[in-house]
Write a protein that binds this ligand. Structure first.
Ligand SMILES: N[C@@H](CCC(=O)N[C@@H](CS)C(=O)NCC(=O)O)C(=O)O
Length: 255
């Protein structure tokens, strides 16, 4: 019996979801996306066999509930891609960096960016309206639910000025570590081709560098409030930010 096409359940603009989507696209694995706005994702995730977190990949072999599990599954299906490097040493380094970015970068770019966006109702409304991969009823209901959703996001991720400042410091630390790795002139974080380390870094750095090629899922740099835009410009000028932007530009087809 042929395997059913996997379904990727997402919050459309989530950077952890983009990590999984990018890896699936890179591996040319056929899948369908069930994309949602925040809050609406919960029933969809539950129906698919998860709790509430996205991304979730429903495959013929079971349900994968974490972006790293999804990348590991892709690697088992497409080992020739070298998503985790070409030697055991490279694999160990890719896994180390993937974990570093998952824990020390992703939650912090998200909190920093949400802090900027939640302060600007018009921008938040635009962000939700731009998610054309999510069902139309969710986008129209969101205009009514917006005040509730702002409070829910703020509370669930402890988004306040002090938290945003802590996240800012974490982003700076990770950018410094990535900058140090790149300082020898390497084109990729590990080995001589794109691995899960680069892909994870570029996907999770997006809410700090707002790449021009985000497929319309994130606001454009010029739409951000001036202070946030100035910070994003500074991160873009950092070697790590330049690296993230270049990876998206050169290696992220099919947005
Ligand atoms: N470690 C997880 C993190 C995923 C994550 O933080 N997902 C967020 C979106 S960026 C989410 O779904 N939040 C909503 C929720 O948990 O209900 C992974 O790598 O998949």
């Amino acid at each position: 019996m042929p395997m059913p096409i996997p379904t990727l359940v997402t919050i459309s603009f989530s950077h952890f979801c983009e990590k999984a989507r990018w890896a699936l696209d890179r591996a040319s694995i056929e899948y369908r996306e069930s994309a949602h706005l925040p809050l609406f994702h919960v029933p969809a995730v539950r129906r698919a066999g998860g709790k509430h977190g996205t991304p979730l990949l429903v495959t013929g072999e079971g349900v994968l509930r974490d972006s790293s599990d999804i990348l590991a599954w892709i690697d088992r299906r497409r080992p020739e891609l070298g998503l985790f490097g070409k030697t055991p040493e490279e694999r160990a380094e890719v896994l180390r960096l993937e974990e570093l970015f998952d824990v020390q970068l992703g939650p912090h770019t998200r909190r920093w960016a949400y802090f900027q966006l939640l302060a600007d109702r018009r921008l938040l409304r635009q962000l939700f309206a731009a998610q054309t991969s999510a069902p139309r009823y969710q986008r129209s209901t969101m205009t009514v639910l917006l005040p509730l959703v702002r409070v829910a996001i703020r509370r669930s991720m402890k988004i306040d000025a002090a938290g945003a400042a802590r996240s800012f410091a974490k982003i700076e630390q990770v950018f410094a570590q990535v900058g140090a790795l790149l300082s020898d002139g390497r084109k990729f974080l590990v080995g001589d081709s794109l691995t899960a380390a680069d892909l994870t870094f570029a996907a999770l750095a997006a809410p700090a560098v707002f790449p021009d090629d985000s497929g319309g899922r994130l606001p454009r740099l010029e739409e951000l409030p001036p202070a946030a835009a100035a910070q994003v410009r500074a991160w873009r000028a950092h070697p790590a930010g330049e690296h993230a932007e270049r990876l998206v530009r050169e290696h992220r087809g099919g947005l």
